[in-house]
Structure formats: structure tokens, C-alpha cells
Ligand binder design. Structure first.
Ligand SMILES: Nc1ncnc2c1ncn2[C@@H]1O[C@H](COP(=O)(O)OP(=O)(O)OP(=O)(O)O)[C@@H](O)[C@H]1O
Length: 447
């Protein structure tokens, strides 16, 4: 009977078992429905003579389904009920929790009640009780968790606990980077990553401002890009569209970003950056770059002093924006760092000099044209856009007025320095690499 044949990849199986009393098989799995993944369950009654065969078969299926992965993970789940369009709680209860429960995960769920709540929880999290921490939120809660871990009594061990995001915020850049464009907003796919993803080491950044050290995992934005993160906060109701709206509005305003930028450059050859990306795609496991969690009880010391000048490049020209970070996507419609690698120990920095966009040969419409290719990271190839990989950088504001956004959160517009810590953070990932389609330049940028 054809109707009874289910072709289920092992990866999609959450649970498979045989009830010998009732002679019933039970398989819980994810299937595709209208472009999204949904939880499904099938039961079959088996003839007595086939009981043993069924039992062996389902045991085997479970072994394959959880090959290399601990079954029944212990999870600390943090749900921001107000993230994005305010549907975090409902999405968690209706779509995510059932998947985690069917997979036999043990859940300790907290609904955050205030800004800073996730930070407090992460700061005092008992380290041996959880296999992963799940954020049902946007990138803001992840920033809090990482900073809480950074201020934990044992920060390096805390940062070795993998974080797995469920995308219910407005940006969800981290989910996009882990799951890719197609699956990045699919909460069921993200839940499957919670159940079966493997730990992937990622670089984190120390940001020092007024002697205070914060950790950033995704981005720091100045000028137009900060306006995009912060200046569109009141447009949260728009969901992710607010980023594209902010981008167009910012380009039309054309406001310079009054800073002096100093960069400890590691690479500025775009072709070499692409080659490194292509090579990294073939080495999916990055366990070798893991920091030795047990050997250190404090955060890595800072390597670069604010007065270091040797080997630093100073950029004084007027800029439209500076955008620095890790992970290709910062939003669904913006691949800001297409050649970013999770663990190269470097930060990607993009700079748009104002002169090149205000020159006689260039115009706002040119910038907007570049933006058309933003979802595919095409601006990378624009000769007008400077793109560095760096060990560290520092910013000195030249006027008191401006905006700085760190991982999407507003920070004081004051002098700061950033450096990279290789492999200090841990995420759960289905692929062991960032998922973003990016290769050679589009035809208009080909020589
Ligand atoms: N109960 C709460 N009330 C008010 N604010 C909260 C609450 N819980 C968390 N927050 C704050 O909400 C901020 C944003 O949260 P979150 O990352 O979930 O969504 P988002 O900002 O919509 O998404 P994105 O960061 O992707 O734009 C966090 O910085 C956090 O401090």
C-alpha cells in the first residue's frame, strides 16, 4: 500500500519507538509543508509476528537519527515574549516546545521579564546542568547571554556552552548565518538544530569603552549602519523590512560619520578573502580551534593597548559608515560580511568613504544600486567599498553627535577599541560553517 510508505531522512527523525504491549510503532519527525517544516507523527499497528523486526528496526533508526549527538539534551530556554512582533511566547509554545519535547529534551524555560534578565541568568548559570542554552528571540538576547557568560565566575567554561537561537526577533542575523537564507526564519528548523546541531566554535570580540569591556558576537555599526540598527527601532512593527527602509532613508540623507578609524589590518585582498572562504567550506569541523575551556578561569587578556600604533592604519577621510562584524548576514536582505569565517580570528570591516559616493562620478542612485545586491553581498565587489579583515580596530569620534550600535543595541558614541578572540564562543550548527551563497563577482563588477 503506497500510502503507508514514508520516506524520512534520519536527520529529521526526533523519536522512533515500538510499544510491545500495544504492538504499535511511533515515529515523530519533521516534514515540509508549504515551504516550512512541521512536526508530524505516524503510528502503525504491527502484526505480532513482526514485532521483533519492528522493534529492532526502530532502535536502529533511533541510533542513526542521533548518530554523534547526545539524545535528550538538557536545555535552558530563554523566551523573550516581546521580541520582534511580540509573538515569541506563542511561537515557542505552539511550534518549538512540542518539537523539543518529542525529541526527549529536558527543558528549563524562563520567559524574560525585563531587559537584562537573560544577562543575569547567564551570569550565574550552573555550568554542569545544561547541554545548550536556547534563545527564543532576536539577536539582542544572544548579546545578553554572551555578556552574561563573559561575566560568569568561569567565563571560558560558560562560553563553551553552545547557544542555539530560535528566530523570533526582528533581525535574526545569527539564525540566518547558521541555517541559511531559506531556513533561517523557520523556527522548526531552528528547533531541529537545538536537538541535533553540533557545537561550532566562533570568534568573539572584546569591545573596550571607558575601560569597560563588553563582548560583541555579531556587529558594530557607525554612521548610516548605526542609524539602520537604532534609528529604526520605532519601526519594529515592520519586522525585517525596517532594515531596508532604514537603508534607503539613510542613503537619501547622506550624513557623514564623524570619526577617526585605526585598523590593525590582516588582509585587504578581496580575491584572497574569497579563496579562504571557499577553502573553509571544505573543512566543516573546527574543533581544533577550540579554546582550552578547563585551563583558563578568566577571559583572555587583551592583546592590543589603546596607545599601540605600530602596524595600525589610520583612516581620516570622511565616511558614510563603518560596519564591522562576524557572520555573513545581518538581516535577510543584507549580507554585509559575505567572506566572514566563524573562526579565522579576524573581524571583517567594511567602510564606505563619503568622497567616493559624493564624487561627480557617483551619486545616491549608485549607492542605492549597490544596495539592490545587498541580499547577495554584491557590494563586496564594489571598488568604492573598502573591505578589510583585521585583528583589531579603534574608533575615535570627532564630534559628540553620532550613533554606535553593537549587535543591534545602542552604545555610547564614545571612543572604543575592538579585538578578536579566536574560537571563544560556541554555537550549535547543523553544518559546521556559515550558510550563505557567495562566490564570484556579478557581471557588472567583472573586469
Ligand atoms: N520582558 C522584556 N521586556 C522588555 N524588554 C525585554 C524583555 N525581555 C528581553 N528584553 C529586551 O529586548 C531586547 C530585544 O530582544 P530580542 O533580541 O529578542 O528581539 P529583537 O530586538 O526584536 O530582535 P533583533 O535583535 O533581531 O532586532 C533585548 O535586548 C532584551 O534586553
Amino acid at each position: 500500500d503506497k500510502k503507508r510508505v514514508h520516506d524520512i531522512p534520519f536527520r529529521d527523525i526526533l523519536h522512533a519507538s515500538f510499544d510491545n504491549e500495544a504492538k504499535r510503532t511511533r515515529i515523530a519527525f519533521l516534514r515540509k509543508s508549504k515551504g516550512c517544516r512541521v512536526l508530524s507523527e505516524v503510528h502503525h499497528v504491527v502484526q505480532d509476528s513482526h514485532s521483533e523486526e519492528a522493534s529492532v528496526c526502530l532502535d536502529k533508526a533511533m541510533t542513526e537519527a542521533y548518530s554523534g549527538v547526545k539524545k535528550g539534551r538538557r536545555l535552558k530556554v530563554l523566551v523573550n515574549p516581546f521580541g520582534g512582533k511580540g509573538k515569541g511566547r506563542a511561537i515557542f509554545m505552539q511550534k518549538v516546545e512540542p518539537i523539543l519535547r518529542h525529541a526527549g529534551c529536558l527543558l528549563d524555560v524562563v520567559y524574560t521579564t525585563h531587559s537584562g534578565h537573560a544577562y543575569e541568568i547567564a551570569k550565574t548559570l550552573p555550568l554542569d546542568q545544561f547541554d545548550a542554552i536556547v534563545t527564543v528571540s532576536g539577536d539582542g538576547l544572544v548579546h545578553e547571554v554572551i555578556n552574561g557568560f563573559g561575566h560568569h565566575e568561569h567565563p571560558v567554561r560558560a562560553l563553551a556552552i553552545p547557544i542555539a537561537p530560535i528566530p523570533t526577533g526582528s533581525g535574526n542575523g545569527l539564525s540566518l548565518n547558521l541555517l541559511g537564507l531559506e531556513a533561517g526564519f523557520d523556527v522548526a528548523e531552528a528547533a531541529l538544530n537545538v536537538v541535533k546541531g553540533t557545537p561550532m566554535k566562533v570568534d568573539l570580540f572584546s569591545l573596550v569603552q571607558n575601560k569597560k569591556r563588553s563582548i560583541s558576537f555579531m556587529s558594530q555599526a557607525l554612521g548610516l549602519m548605526a542609524d539602520l540598527d537604532i534609528g529604526t527601532d520605532h519601526l519594529r512593527w515592520m519586522g525585517e523590512t525596517r532594515f531596508m527602509y532604514g537603508l534607503i532613508r539613510g542613503v537619501l540623507r547622506f550624513k557623514p560619520c564623524p570619526i577617526q578609524l585605526s585598523v590593525k589590518i590582516a588582509e585587504q585582498d578581496k580575491t584572497k578573502m574569497l579563496e579562504a572562504l571557499q577553502a573553509r567550506r571544505h573543512t566543516q569541523s573546527n574543533a581544533s580551534c577550540s579554546t582550552n575551556a578547563s585551563s583558563s578561569s578568566s577571559l583572555p587578556p587583551l592583546k592590543f593597548l589603546p596607545e599601540d600604533k605600530d602596524g595600525w592604519t589610520v583612516i581620516d577621510e570622511p565616511l558614510l559608515y563603518v560596519y564591522a562584524g562576524k557572520g555573513p548576514y545581518v538581516g535577510r536582505d543584507f549580507m554585509a560580511f559575505p567572506v566572514s569565517l566563524p573562526d579565522d580570528g579576524l573581524i571583517d570591516i567594511t567602510i564606505q568613504p563619503l568622497v567616493s559616493v559624493c564624487s561627480r562620478n557617483s551619486s545616491r542612485s549608485d549607492v542605492l544600486k549597490e544596495m539592490e545586491g545587498a541580499p547577495r553581498g554584491e557590494a563586496f565587489w564594489s571598488p568604492k567599498l573598502k573591505y578589510f579583515k583585521a585583528h583589531a580596530y579603534r574608533v575615535k569620534p570627532l564630534t559628540p553627535n553620532g550613533a554606535l550600535s553593537v549587535d543591534g543595541e545602542p552604545f555610547p558614541f564614545e571612543e572604543y577599541q575592538v579585538e578578536v578572540h579566536q574560537g571563544l564562543g560556541t554555537l550549535l550548527s547543523p553544518h559546521g560553517v556559515y550558510v550563505a551563497d557567495f562566490d564570484g563577482p556579478p557581471s557588472r563588477h567583472q573586469k
